[in-house]
Design a protein around this ligand. Structure first.
Ligand SMILES: Nc1ncnc2c1ncn2[C@@H]1O[C@H](COP(=O)(O)OP(=O)(O)OP(=O)(O)O)[C@@H](O)[C@H]1O
Ligand SMILES: [Mg+2]
Length: 333
């Protein structure tokens, strides 16, 4: 992750995460059937401290059901959820000890201020240092409005206070299920800026979302599911490294000759002719080699630009509805 943002408060460690190493969350063969429907199908995901795992899938693909099983709210048909090495059905206490989650609108007292709401949660949890509330308010950019009554907050402020609330007990795992739902672009951006900071502080963050650019911007790894099944999992950079291309503009009457010249280069994997240029699959740093090969063939390119694959390209490729798909599967980029 990037360096910690300047001015951010250090988030102290009252939680259990210092005791943990390796995977803090593991699901193994997790499956949930609702009657005939297999909502989650043999899903194995892993999460370690200090990383954001983007859990991505179209509407109805089983993200919230998976989150429900992790939190012990939905009983798996098969498979197991292990939190800090313990199966959550055998050790239900491990969930509340190690996990903070926003799954719906969190319950706050409407006539109390944001700060007092957090204080109430801290008293209920016990053992929370006083300074933590102010640190958390700062983290979620709520210091200025911390004294106002909760009921006067905008949706974005409520959501930010909700994130602060999940952090009161300093949980090892933070689960955010569609945290920017219903927020305007500025509100979405504020939430997005908070997520990497949670990982920098050592939390393991599971971010379930169908918002592709949100996930791409803040995740270290992504797990992409469709109809409850894992389609692909990996580091964002690795997943996007494959599938990019280099776009070359040449005069339309030179496209053929340029394609021929580049096809002869051993480092060029594939050449696709376009109306006014070419798309070339080759190592991302081959710009000058491409230029040289073209010049040697007497062709001068107007532009040579590396086009990175986006998570959206990958996602749409992977989750493209098949004929057996029922209606739905909407995706928001
Ligand atoms: N309690 C339930 N009873 C029956 N079917 C359910 C139940 N909960 C979820 N489902 C179904 O399971 C599937 C997965 O739902 P889920 O809410 O996990 O998807 P999701 O990926 O979170 O979707 P979204 O992006 O819309 O939040 C859907 O087809 C849903 O209708
Ligand atoms: Mg959901």
């Amino acid at each position: 992750m990037s360096e910690q943002q300047a001015g951010g408060p250090p988030i102290g460690g009252v939680g259990q995460r210092g005791l943990l190493n390796g995977w803090v969350l593991e699901t193994d063969g997790l499956t949930k059937q609702f009657g005939q429907l297999t909502a989650v199908d043999n899903l194995s995901i892993r999460l370690q401290p200090g990383e954001v795992l983007g859990f991505l899938g179209p509407n109805g693909s089983g993200k919230s059901t998976t989150v429900g099983m992790i939190l012990g709210l939905v009983r798996p048909t098969r498979g197991v959820v292990k939190i800090a090495g313990k199966a959550n059905h055998e050790h239900p206490e491990v969930v509340s000890q190690t996990t903070g989650a926003i799954i719906e609108n969190p319950a706050f007292y409407p006539y109390m201020s944001g700060r007092d709401n957090l204080k109430a949660l801290a008293i209920a949890a016990g053992n929370v240092p006083d300074t933590r509330i102010d640190d958390l308010l700062k983290l979620v950019n709520m210091t200025e409005r911390a004294g106002s009554k909760y009921k006067t907050y905008s949706l974005g402020m409520k959501q930010r206070l909700g994130i602060a609330a999940t952090l009161v007990t300093d949980p090892a795992i933070v689960i955010l299920d569609e945290p920017t739902n219903g927020l305007d672009p500025a509100g979405q951006r504020e939430i997005r800026s908070i997520i990497p900071r949670l990982a920098e502080e050592g939390h393991a963050v599971l971010l379930a979302s169908h918002m592709l650019h949100e996930v791409e911007q803040v995740s270290d790894r992504v797990a992409i599911i469709r109809r409850g099944k894992m389609l692909q999992e990996g580091r964002v950079g690795d997943l996007l490294a494959s599938g990019g291309y280099i776009e070359i503009s040449v005069a339309p009457n030179e496209v053929g000759a340029a394609a021929e010249a580049l096809s002869r280069q051993p480092w060029v994997e594939r050449v696709e002719a376009r109306e006014a240029g070419l798309h070339v699959s080759a190592p991302a740093d081959s710009g000058s080699a491409i230029n040289r090969a073209l010049v040697e063939a007497g062709i001068y390119a107007g532009q040579i630009a590396t086009q990175r694959n986006t998570l959206e390209d990958l996602f749409l490729e992977l989750t493209e509805p098949t004929e057996s798909d029922a209606a739905g599967g909407e995706v928001q980029a």
